[in-house]
Design a protein around this ligand. Structure first.
Ligand SMILES: [Co+2]
Length: 308
């Protein structure tokens, strides 16, 4: 039904390449004191590392009911996987054990871990704890009471990819963790209200940044949202979590994107911690992220990554 209104679609998304670098934008004086500057090298390496490792980015546009159903199917699987993993969080377990719960669920549902499939990521899901913001490798790290944990689940089924993520805490919860999670969730909701066909892509970052700043938080600027659908990362490449007035791109009907605000208690950037994957801030700084995969329409986006 909905797909038919998307029917005339828009051929393939534009392939105009937009350089995602944020170099020069971050004013060091606004960085919280004690926040390590990752330096130009890290910044120009632009750790949407997953994107940096792809050579050609395609763009998915929903053209049929079949596409919509394919996306919905994998979207529901990743959403349920995330829900399951959140429900299993407890002190004393390792991130490897948590990842195996997610990995088993994906396999039982016929889905393949997208980062593993696409980038040979050493885990089924990305699990990032406390100062880690994204792409944490599941391993021997033991979860403790009071930890803030982000889980990012993306997977493929039948050639369709969906991507979701969310942060959660293990009681007793720190107030800062609860606050940052609430603001990150609201940032996602506000950004989704802006995401409609014909709107500028930079409205997404504007909404995220406004929500963060209104609550005294910062936005991680060197990781962002992205196109998804027929691959884990597609055009439109790097959708900033801040308002970038230079970004002239327009959202199109039928386009499939993620929105995933990274809200921080003080950092503006993440840096890679030396293991080749994990993106973190300095200890004592926390980041929360929530992510949905959605199809752009003339009205509200259609969220693909819902558990029910
Ligand atoms: Co994503």
């Amino acid at each position: 039904m909905i797909a038919s209104s998307l029917g005339s679609a828009l051929g393939n998304g534009e392939s105009s390449y937009w350089l995602a670098l944020t170099s020069g934008r971050v004013n060091p004086s606004t960085r919280q004191s004690g926040q390590k500057s990752p330096g130009d090298l890290t910044r120009t390496a632009l750790p949407w590392i997953f994107v940096a490792r792809t050579s050609i980015l395609r763009s998915m546009s929903i053209n049929s009911q079949k596409d919509l159903e394919g996306l919905r199917k994998i979207g529901k699987i990743v959403a349920r996987c995330l829900q399951l993993m959140h429900s299993k969080l407890e002190p004393g377990m390792t991130t490897l054990e948590l990842d195996q719960i997610g990995g088993r669920f994906l396999e039982e549902n016929g889905a393949r871990s997208a980062p593993m499939l696409t980038y040979k990521f050493p885990g089924y899901t990305c699990i990032s704890v406390n100062e880690e913001a994204a792409h944490g490798i599941p391993g021997a790290r033991v979860l403790k009471a009071g930890d803030l944990i982000n889980i990012d689940v993306s997977a493929e089924l039948g050639g369709y990819f969906a991507d979701t993520g969310g942060s959660a805490t293990i009681p007793p919860q720190k107030q800062i963790h609860l606050d940052i999670c609430k603001v990150a969730k609201r940032a996602l909701e506000r950004a989704m209200l802006e995401a409609r066909a014909g709107a500028k892509i930079n409205r997404i970052g504007h909404a995220i940044e406004s929500e963060a700043h209104a609550n005294g938080f910062t936005v991680i600027e060197n990781i962002g949202s992205h196109g998804v659908g027929r691959a884990l990362h597609e055009e439109p490449e790097f959708i900033a979590g801040f308002y970038d007035k230079r970004d002239k791109r327009i959202l199109k009907e039928g386009q499939v994107i993620t929105i995933e605000p990274f809200i921080s208690s003080g950092a503006h950037e993440v840096f890679e911690n030396g293991d080749g994957w994990t993106l973190q801030t300095n200890p004592g700084i926390y980041t929360a992220q929530y992510e949905h995969t959605m199809v752009i329409t003339k009205g509200k986006p259609l969220i693909m990554t819902l558990p029910a």
